[in-house]
Design a protein around this ligand. Structure first.
Ligand SMILES: [Zn+2]
Length: 462
């Protein structure tokens, strides 16, 4: 009995010594990762090229193709085991000439307001669609108004993002139905067009585009839809209060084409002892076309590339196979994410972990995780390792749109969560440009992602 007790004590002592050793070793590796990213990082230079030399990368555009070729070439340069392109058909929609809109208080008396077409919208009539305009706050308001009051008018959705929500993503989620389904709903009541308040908490002059859907509407029933800047929305609303008979005119010649060939870009470090367990880190290579897509999602692209480069740079050889996947067409179709998951399933690849960065290149705060309790408990045990880098936010929740289709039991999906207060100032707008991204914040994000990948590779998924 004494012998048994002695050996139990010995095991416990050696276990705790082992755990402490690991924590020490892990702290040293995390320090190396952060230092390398901040002293010798490459994410910012990559973003400079992607944003300033290529620019906005709407699916199916020449720029999107240039971004594919550039990413493939850059990944090959960092000397990982394998780099390849995964074909995927994507939608192609073009904006055409810059949109134009004005409020008409009486014939000949007009005030211009900034608008942009929503992604996927049909064009207005040539020369513009002009009609009386009616303001609503919710999609359900249309039912109360009825066909009589909506028919022949432009519907103006003007529900602002809720300012007292600390997560701006929650505020976005509470508003985006206006943009996504506003046109489909208004068309049912005979509206001739839709203007949507931009999803932006700040008052400014930038209209913010984004995807929309006509649902099951037939082509002949589709009506044009545009976003108006927050300042423009406030002006329009106050003018409507003074005179409900004002008219709105908007002119857009956007167009949807046949689907075209594009690619996900994939790079891989093959695992040493568990090569058949796959870990993915990624962002989306496509962007909207108004700015250069630096925050959404150039930042996530270069941070994901940097994860593999940093692991190589510090001489870490992962047990598991680690892939960077630069997804195509997140913004207006999610075709890349769906394709990657379908191919992985077909090949029987066992994906155990996926991490996406698609919330801007701002100061990282932590991650949100889509996983079971056992894995979340393990994640929480790593919190002290992240303390020195002011990474405190570890919650259960959503991960990322592109990695969502990979979801299965016994898998950890994660999303990098940077500070979100300024994200919607830039999201899908002309000012989402390279100068809006801070070098250190971007590099801290890349290091935070690399640290999580390192920890999951070292300890595995429960
Ligand atoms: Zn995005």
């Amino acid at each position: 009995m004494l012998k048994i007790l002695t050996s139990i004590v010995c095991i416990l002592v050696s276990c705790s010594a082992f755990a402490q050793n690991d924590v020490k070793e892990d702290s040293i590796i995390l320090k190396k990762i952060y230092s390398t990213s901040l002293l010798n990082g490459n994410s910012y230079q990559w973003l400079d090229y992607l944003s300033n030399q290529i620019g906005g990368r709407l699916s199916g555009s020449i720029n999107a193709q240039l971004a594919v070729e550039w990413a493939e070439k850059e990944l090959k340069k960092i000397g990982i085991d394998k780099v390849w392109l995964q074909p995927v058909m994507v939608p192609k929609w073009t904006r055409g000439v810059t949109e134009f809109a004005y409020i008409e208080t009486e014939p000949g008396k007009t005030t211009n307001v900034p608008i942009c077409a929503l992604g996927g919208s049909v064009p207005t009539f040539i020369g513009g669609t002009k009609a009386p305009i009616i303001e609503v706050k919710h999609l359900s308001d249309l039912e109360k108004l009825g066909i009589d009051q909506v028919k022949g008018k432009i519907v103006f959705y003007n529900r602002p993002m809720q300012a007292d929500l600390i997560s701006t993503f929650s505020a976005y989620g509470g508003c985006v139905d206006q943009r996504y389904s506003g046109a489909a709903e208004a068309a049912k009541y005979g509206a001739v067009g839709v203007i949507v308040r931009s999803m932006n908490l700040r008052k400014d002059d930038f209209p913010h585009t984004g995807s929309m859907s006509y649902g099951t509407l037939k082509n002949k029933d589709k009506i044009p839809a545009a976003a108006i800047s927050t300042n423009g929305a406030d002006l329009l609303s106050s003018m409507l209060k003074l005179n409900p008979n004002i008219k709105f005119n908007f002119n857009m010649n956007c167009r949807t084409w046949k689907d075209v060939q594009s690619y996900n870009v994939i790079g891989q470090i093959t695992g040493t002892t568990l090569p058949n367990e796959y870990m993915v880190v990624g962002g989306h290579l496509d962007s909207w076309d108004l700015g250069d897509g630096s925050h959404d999602d150039g930042a996530g692209v270069v941070q994901s590339m940097e994860v593999l480069r940093l692991l190589k740079e510090i001489g870490y050889k992962p047990k598991r196979t680690i892939r960077v996947v630069l997804f195509m067409n997140e913004e207006n179709g999610l075709r890349g994410g769906k394709k990657y998951a379908a191919v992985a399933k077909n090949k029987g690849e066992n994906h155990v972990f996926a991490l996406e960065s698609d919330a801007g290149g701002f100061t990282p705060r932590g991650f949100s995780f889509d996983c079971d309790t056992a894995n979340f408990d393990q994640i929480k045990s790593w919190k002290p390792l992240f303390e020195p880098y002011l990474i405190h936010y570890f919650v259960k929740g959503r991960s990322g749109a592109d990695i969502g289709p990979l979801k299965k039991e016994k898998m950890v999906l994660a999303g990098l969560r940077p500070d979100s207060q300024r994200y919607f100032d830039y999201h899908h707008a002309k000012n989402d440009t390279f100068d809006a991204v801070n070098k250190r914040e971007l590099e801290l994000g890349a290091a935070t992602m690399t640290s999580l990948v390192y920890l999951f590779d070292t300890y595995g998924v429960k």
